[in-house]
Design a protein around this ligand. Sequence first.
Ligand SMILES: [Zn+2]
Length: 84
Amino acid sequence: MNTIAPQTLDRMFDDRSARTHMDYDGACQTCGDRLRIAIDRLESGFGLLGGVLFEMPSGQILAQCARCYRRRRNSPEVDPRRVA
Ligand SMILES: [Zn+2]
């Protein structure tokens, strides 16, 4: 499971005829809480607020809330060199 690719976000903006901002409404795939992620298209890339989007090899988009994402990143099985 990879963090969503910029190309995929570009396509989502195009699909919604959004220029610089859109909201992703869904549920966290880990805890199931309702989740809204604010996504801004910036000159240098994308800014996501409120959660993280992942892309499955099948193309399916999954969302995870910031709380679950942090917990996962802080879990011992995560290689610390990959933690920003
Ligand atoms: Zn969650």
